[in-house]
Write a protein that binds this ligand. Sequence first.
Ligand SMILES: [Fe+2]
Length: 293
Amino acid sequence: MTTTPHRTIGPQLDHAFVERLAARRPTRFQHNLPGHPLLSLDEIARLGEELPPASVSVEVGEKPIAAGAAEGVAVQVDDIGAAIRNIATTSSWFTLLHIHQVDRYQLLVDEIIDGLAATSGLSPASLRRRMGFLFASSPRAVTAAHFDIEHSFCMQLQGTRTLGFGKWADDDERAKDVRDYWNGDFGRFHTMPATTDEFEIGPGDGCYIPPWTPHWITNHDETSLSMTVTFFNDDNEDESLVQAFNTKFENRGLHPRRYGVSPGRDRAKVRFMRAYGATKRRLGMSDSGGGSH
Ligand SMILES: [Fe+2]
């Protein structure tokens, strides 16, 4: 992949990436985040202390890749900062969720996504609902197999890991897992998907993780620090709105058409869900979950 003259600290992509994003193809890239002052172990620990408890997720480090529901591997930690600073020896796995709720990290998430847009030729305004996540995990820790509905860009800061990609056996399996996702299962796999690709990523390496693409990560023998930024564009926003619509009806025993089968019906469902979401927001009801892991 050739580089462009645009200088960015985040993913260094080129115009060929636009097609890969549209085709949802995993794509490796380089970035310049290692050494960034907001991304040292100590700064990540400080952010962990600053975030509300609901934005810090802790799990057992060494666990099966197909770990099933998060509750089964969750860990309760009292001193978040100390536990992150001692991550080399605690066999644990930390996610700091929605780091963009802290101003200095929101600026960083925007800088990374705007840079990604500039190097690839995408419109920055088309990359919406931008979110940021930081991960700190012990040697040999595992990020359990799951899928996300966002476009995700995983950027390794410290340590080396193997990122695996997989696929569903068929469309029915995908549809079942999608329905479970919208019913609160967060896209975690109980059995291992078939492997399609494996990438080794070290400091300065990164990978585009497409939406609805099974993936998992295993740390090598060092502590791992990484950052992920995510966004929605028309592609995954439309599909997610149709899935949310369909799940409401499937839960009542109906069988609405899957996304992609009938584009006209998909557009009508998207319009309905946008109006429904706007109404809920007007009434002060939450309609957002979101979260990469
Ligand atoms: Fe993920």
